[in-house]
Write a new protein. Structure first.
Lengths: 600, 121
């Protein structure tokens, strides 16, 4: 059989972000169009994982030129085929435009969003077809674990990971090599490795994207970990809300088994490894390692006190090593390129890169990977493209519901585990929610606490009762019923919960509240003492809107959008808002063509 | 997978196709695929180039471009060797293509009787 020689590869992103913006239809349109033009045997369509630039999705890349098309619609496909694939003319209007220069950028590697990133974990994401093991192998896949199995002892593997300085990417930042050492030192016939893919922070999607875009990398990392600690069986614990990640992982495991990369006597080394997927039902607390293991065992997902640590007594009482998806994604690079290559990237205490999910009021929503030590300003403004609608930066929330808000004064802070802790936030798994001046920090604290409160498993009192009480106080403050002493009570309660809760979820739940009180205490005070929400978010506290008589042109557009009929007047005359009826929703101010409406 | 050697052999086999997505500098052949080019047989030229590149196992990028105005001389191709000027060949047949690849791309000698232009690219 002669293999088809393709003259061009068209990569269509089918990560969850691009699928939701319509990339499946684009792929189908492309297939039809290529068939109609009789090009099907010349041009190969490749479905890839997430490119990270979700804001501009659906994304399409045409090789060999490497032309990057963004926000492609099905209607554009015919033009791309006719112009680019047939006649070799780049379709300028679909190229990425740099927001400041308005310049068309044809090539992937020249876009600011990508230029400032360093991709180790995400190196293959968006570049290969995650459903084809051959593409992973073509880029050197499985060579790292092959090297480990045939040329290194388990202890040498652990030493290499220790020397690299890799720390856990799931949030805590515990040294990975040390964790492996503990599991290795535990004497047992049977051991397990677990990949924690129970990503649950609001706004975080790093692990999902890696599993969807490069599942073999995670499998290879797990195999290496299993070899190092002496395990022969592993579980990927992934939430059932990630159907695409699960499907691709299942496919990847099957392909690896067919190639004998999973199974028995791998690479003739005598090492056996069997891998299972365990679907979680989506409880946030199951990301906590002891709760996660309980869930795999079929029990209710609740944490238990440590010690014993999983490395001593884990899954079914056997020594178990648990690593996060991204942590495992770093392993093949470390083994293949060596610990020095890895530790040359990053800061003194935090080596390598970190993947962040950029969300919130930012221009380039998406997935980015930067060296540790990159500043928040670089990530938010250079890569993220700054804030939407040119608004002013207020804070960034890192570490999800366990983390804190970082205000403007720390924008030049180099990001690593220790620096974030110093300012009262934490690395967490890598969610970054950017907030602008229109965000109420009390409301943000309430949002995160509401999340942890409803996800609290109820086993220990500090978390079950404490977060509930804190939430009640925050609700009161947001509704204008705040009292003197509320702020101090929140601080006191928060500190107690941190000190006494059973697991990481409870111990970190007060962080969003404590950090917003620390940096934005004046906003809390304004709510309580002045009955005012400075950002105009808390409805009960927001002042009514007023129309400036001298600017009003009498167009009447405000009347049409007012949901409570609070605006009266005649066309071509000045309109008036009834302060009693106004609910301060701001719809009129958004609509007003001459900016005559503001909050009084 | 019984040995590391087996993995490397598989990699060599599957790697070739991925080279297309490598954006580093390598020789490039650009085929004129405007309406004029296609009418004059550029599709056959393109296929012949791809077959030849595959047969000889050369590391080369093949891309297309639109009409550059010399419709009279179609089918046209440009050969761009790294660090060298871009050479345009015209009035080509599929046999010419094989000759150009052998002489110019592999041996580095421009096929003078087929050249019609030199670009300052």
């Amino acid at each position: 059989m002669k293999e088809t020689i393709y003259r061009s590869h068209v990569l269509v992103c089918t990560g969850t972000g691009c699928v939701s913006s319509g990339s499946k239809n684009i792929k189908m349109a492309l297939e039809d169009e290529l068939a109609a033009k009789d090009l099907s045997d010349e041009i190969k369509i490749v479905e890839t994982g997430c490119h990270g630039f979700c804001e501009k999705g659906p994304i399409m890349i045409v090789y060999p030129e490497g032309v990057f098309y963004c926000q492609v619609e099905s209607e554009d496909v015919a033009e791309i085929v006719e112009e680019h694939l047939l006649k070799g003319r780049i379709v300028d209007r679909l190229l990425f435009k740099e927001p400041f220069t308005e310049e068309n950028i044809p090539s992937y590697s020249d876009i600011d969003f990508y230029k400032k990133q360093k991709r180790i974990v995400l190196a293959n994401c968006g570049r290969i077809d995650p459903e084809d093991i051959n593409e992973y192998i073509a880029l050197g896949g499985y060579e790292a674990v092959g090297k480990a199995l045939t040329k290194m002892t388990p202890q040498e593997v652990i030493d290499e990971v220790k020397k690299a300085g890799l720390r856990g990417r799931g949030g805590g930042g515990f040294p990975t090599g040390l964790k492996w050492q503990f599991a290795r030192n535990s004497d047992s016939e049977k051991k397990y490795v677990i990949c924690n893919a129970d990503e649950g922070d609001p706004g975080a999607f790093m692990d999902r994207s890696l599993l969807e875009g490069d599942p073999h990398r995670v499998i290879e990392g797990m195999m290496t970990a299993a070899y190092a600690i002496g395990a022969d069986e592993g579980y990927v614990y992934v939430r059932a809300e990630y159907p695409l990640a699960i499907r691709r992982l299942e496919k990847a495991i099957k392909q690896a088994e067919e190639y004998g990369l999973l199974g028995e006597d791998i690479f003739g080394s005598g090492f056996n490894f069997k891998l299972h997927i365990k679907k979680g039902a989506g409880a946030f607390v199951c990301g906590e390692e002891t709760a996660l293991m309980a869930s795999i065992e079929g029990k209710r997902g609740m944490p238990r006190p440590r010690p014993p640590y999983p490395a001593v007594s884990g899954l079914w009482g056997k020594p178990t090593n648990i690593n996060n998806v991204e942590t495992l994604g770093n392993i093949p690079y470390i083994i293949k390129e060596g610990s020095e290559a890895f530790s040359s990237i990053g800061t003194e205490g935090s080596k390598g890169t970190k993947v962040f999910a950029l969300t919130g009021k930012i221009n380039n929503t998406g997935l980015v990977e930067v060296p540790m030590g990159t500043t928040l300003r670089e990530v938010i403004f250079d890569i993220g493209g700054g804030l939407q609608e040119g608004k002013k930066y207020k804070a960034v929330q890192t570490g999800g519901p366990s983390g804190g808000c970082i205000p403007e004064e720390y924008l030049d802070l180099p990001i690593d585990y220790d620096s974030l802790l110093e300012v009262g936030a934490m690395m967490g798994s890598g969610g970054m929610v950017v907030m602008d001046e229109g965000t109420c920090m009390v409301d943000v604290a309430r949002f995160f606490l509401n999340f942890t409160q409803s996800e609290s498993c109820g086993k220990c009192t500090p978390c079950r009762e404490g977060t509930k009480r804190m939430l009640e106080i925050l609700n009161r403050i947001c509704e204008g019923e705040g009292e003197e002493g509320d702020i101090e009570l929140l601080e006191d309660l928060g500190q107690h919960i941190k000190d006494t809760a059973l697991c990481g979820l409870g111990q970190t739940a007060p962080n969003p509240v404590l950090s917003t009180i620390h940096y934005f205490r004046n906003e809390y005070e304004a709510h309580i003492y002045e009955n005012k929400c400075p950002a105009g978010v808390c409805k009960e506290l927001a002042a009514a809107y007023v129309i400036d008589e001298s600017s009003c042109v009498g167009c009447g557009q405000c009347v049409k959008v007012c949901p409570v009929d609070a605006i009266s007047g005649k066309p071509k005359e000045t309109y008036v808002i009834d302060a009693e009826t106004c609910i301060s929703c701001g719809a009129c101010a958004d609509r007003c063509p001459v900016d005559a409406i503001s909050q009084g | 997978m019984k040995s590391l050697k087996e993995l490397k052999e598989l990699r060599n086999k599957v790697q070739k196709e991925m080279e297309m997505r490598d954006q580093s500098t390598k020789p490039e052949i650009i085929v004129g695929m405007g309406t004029c080019g296609i009418a004059a047989g550029a599709r056959d030229i393109l296929k012949a180039i791809l077959e030849e590149v595959d047969r000889r196992n050369i590391d080369l990028r093949v891309t297309q471009t639109g009409c550059i105005g010399m419709c009279e001389k179609e089918p046209l191709i440009d050969v761009k060797m790294p660090g060298k000027k871009r050479i345009t060949y015209g009035n080509l047949s599929t046999d010419d293509v094989k000759k150009i690849i052998a002489e110019h791309v592999i041996n580095g000698n421009i096929v003078k009787d087929l050249v019609i232009a030199k670009h300052e690219d």
